[in-house]
Design a protein around this ligand. Structure first.
Ligand SMILES: CC(C)=CCC/C(C)=C/CC/C(C)=C/CC/C(C)=C/[C@@H]1[C@@H](COP(=O)(O)OP(=O)(O)O)[C@]1(C)CC/C=C(\C)CC/C=C(\C)CCC=C(C)C
Length: 587
């Protein structure tokens, strides 16, 4: 067979089996791809090639593994055919992408465990059992290798791969065991099964051959030798464990500012190893509790922001969750209070908490004493874990002033004109947008000139107002049940209505007209500022688009006839939310 024919043959083989899944996975993951993902993939591909080359080269030179000469293209690396090296690259790439895709929505910090705490005492035992098992496998592999018989190839695979597995297990067993199986088992099982099938076809055509005398002669199924099956299984486990260990290191780096203050966005391998070697007794349990409660709160309370949060990565995702948790708890304390006096008292306590926290950050750690004494247990972590050092005090105080406006509903409505409505929306939502943007700039681009930053933050505030208008338009009935009307009195008067009329009958054509009018205001504002999202640091643009668009989609649903109402509110069906997220990530 000529060189060119062989080249075509090999390219055909990869083009048929390994490149198509790579293209599909790339297309699926591309909108979610970040710098750190590229780093992870390149890192693992490099390790895969560097660690496999001496081993594979040895197998070929000692004749354990041979290729019929007619299927080999000219170039070789230490006797390893080009297509074999390419296979290691593309296998690592494909399995890594599948892992990244399946683990994207997982909020990983909640899988870190402080082993000293009574709930996690068994974890060091899990590590030891795993280590003993893997050491046993290495010992057995060494024995069958020494015997130089039919177990040679299996021994060579295990003696090469299992020490790496042992290392990864020792460093990252918490994540390997703790992460959902959809993040670990599936990205191992799916490519393994696929490669078993492909290998069955390839072996049947004689693309590569294991020498007899070095193999058991056992077949997993017709055409798939047990050694090949083990090889693909073990290499996919290595790739997924490598990705998991990388993520475990990133999580430690980004979750505990007390251990790693200001970690870089792209940490060096040395720093990653340092993070993995940090004793779990040093992990900040209170922070982990705060993050667990925050993600749980977000999942229960807001489908739009929960979806958006999964498109953020690393530090910013944790900070936004903690900010959400604080805002939600503060809002609920006020909303669920039995009387206006109680609500006012909560607002006062939160003001006092902010005063202590901001004064103390100048001189020392924030005292938990005030929160522990004055707030219910289930709200404490939301207050104590607020990322105060990254946020200015003013929007937090303004948010509370927005809640104070709500209290005025007891007597009449604080919203008489469109201007009042804008002030209210600015306080409860413009401030939230400002804080989201402050966190984004703090993490991704602390050097953005002040002038530009202020312009973008102002646009963000307007976007927050637009979202609040959608929120009010959605909740006219729900708010009326609570005795609240956020539609400006001036609008009601145009139709000779009073607040009490809307509280009693929040339906009908007039209400629908006002809903439409409010939505029109929301969309005008949204259209005028959405361009500013493209001026945010690149890492935040897609995720902020998802946050904004999935909320504005509620407004679009409200503009359609016959929208679906659940618990008194218009909802966006899940498939539609996912479609919106997907399309804005692809912009
Ligand atoms: C992705 C992620 C986790 C984001 C978190 C966003 C966050 C911190 C939200 C806080 C939500 C909250 C509970 C605030 C309290 C005041 C309040 C109720 C505000 C209204 C939110 C409605 O949420 P929900 O529907 O769950 O509330 P109710 O059931 O009605 O109680 C608001 C409508 C405000 C939401 C506003 C934002 C999230 C700001 C969005 C704008 C940006 C992120 C900036 C865009 C940037 C540029 C440059 C244009």
């Amino acid at each position: 067979m000529g060189y060119e024919y062989a080249l075509v043959y090999v390219i055909h083989s990869h083009a048929k089996y390994t490149i198509p899944p790579a293209l599909v996975l790339t297309a699926l993951y591309r909108p979610l791809l970040t710098k750190i993902d590229v780093y992870k993939i390149l890192f693992l591909v490099t390790i895969a090639v560097v660690s496999t080359t001496p081993w594979d080269s040895y197998l070929i030179r000692t004749g354990v593994w041979t290729y019929p000469s007619h299927v080999i293209v000219g170039p070789k690396l230490f006797d390893i055919p080009f297509e074999e090296v390419f296979f290691f690259i593309i296998q690592t790439y494909n399995t890594s992408l599948l892992y990244l895709l399946l683990s994207k929505s997982t909020f990983q910090p909640v899988y870190l465990r402080v082993e000293a705490s009574s709930r996690n005492r068994q974890w060091p035992w899990y590590r030891t059992f795993g280590q003993i098992f893997l050491l046993g496998v290495i010992g057995w592999a060494y024995i069958i290798l020494k015997a130089q018989g039919s177990g040679t190839y299996t021994g060579l695979i295990l003696v090469w791969a299992v020490p790496f597995l042992l290392l990864l297990w020792t460093l990252a067993y918490q994540f390997i065991l703790g992460l959902p199986l959809s993040n670990t088992l599936i990205p191992i099982a799916a490519p393994t099964l696929y490669l078993w099938i492909v290998d069955t076809l390839a072996l049947k055509r004689g693309t590569w051959v294991i020498s007899s005398g070095t193999k058991f002669g056992v077949y997993l199924w017709d055409g798939l030798e047990i050694e090949e099956a083990i090889f693909f299984l073990v290499t996919n486990i290595l790739i997924v464990f490598g990705q998991v260990a990388f993520d475990n290191a990133l999580c430690i780096l980004y979750t505990f500012p007390s251990i790693f203050p200001n970690p870089p966005l792209v940490p060096s391998p040395a720093l990653l190893v340092k993070a993995l070697l940090t004793a779990s007794s040093k992990y900040d349990e209170a922070r982990l509790t705060g993050l667990r409660e925050a993600v749980d709160r977000l999942k229960r309370k807001s489908r739009s922001f929960y979806l958006a949060s999964s498109t953020f990565q690393g530090q910013i995702r944790s900070d936004l969750l903690l900010l959400y948790s604080f805002c939600r708890v503060a809002d609920d304390l006020v909303d669920d209070a039995a009387s206006a006096e109680e609500a006012r008292a909560w607002i006062e306590k939160i003001h006092e908490f902010l005063r202590i926290a901001y004064d103390e950050t100048k001189g020392g750690p924030v005292s938990a004493a005030y929160v522990l004494e004055h707030f219910p247990k289930e709200t404490q972590s939301a207050l104590l874990q607020l990322p105060i050092t990254k946020l200015s005090r003013e929007p937090l105080e303004d948010l509370l002033h927005g809640f104070e406006m709500d209290l005025a509903f007891n007597t009449s409505s604080p919203i008489k004109t469109e201007e009042d409505l804008e002030i209210y929306a600015q306080r409860v939502a413009g401030t939230v947008a400002q804080m989201c943007n402050e966190l984004i700039f703090h993490i991704y681009d602390p050097t953005t000139p002040q002038k530009d930053r202020q312009r973008i933050i102002k646009a963000g505030n307007h976007m927050g107002i637009a979202l609040q208008y959608v929120n009010i338009a959605r909740d006219i009935e729900v708010d009326a049940k609570l005795g609240r009307v956020y539609l400006p009195l001036s609008w009601l008067q145009e139709h000779s209505l009073k607040y009490a009329d809307v509280v009693q009958h929040p339906h009908g054509d007039v209400i629908e007209n006002m809903r439409t009018r409010l939505l029109a205001k929301a969309f005008t504002l949204y259209t005028s500022v959405r361009g500013a999202i493209e001026e945010l640091p690149i890492e935040a643009r897609g995720p902020i688009r998802v946050a904004v668009e999935s909320y504005m989609e509620i407004g679009r649903v409200l503009q359609q006839d016959g929208y679906v109402v659940k618990a008194g509110r218009a909802t966006v069906p899940k498939a539609r939310r996912l479609r919106v997220a997907w399309s804005v990530l692809n912009q």
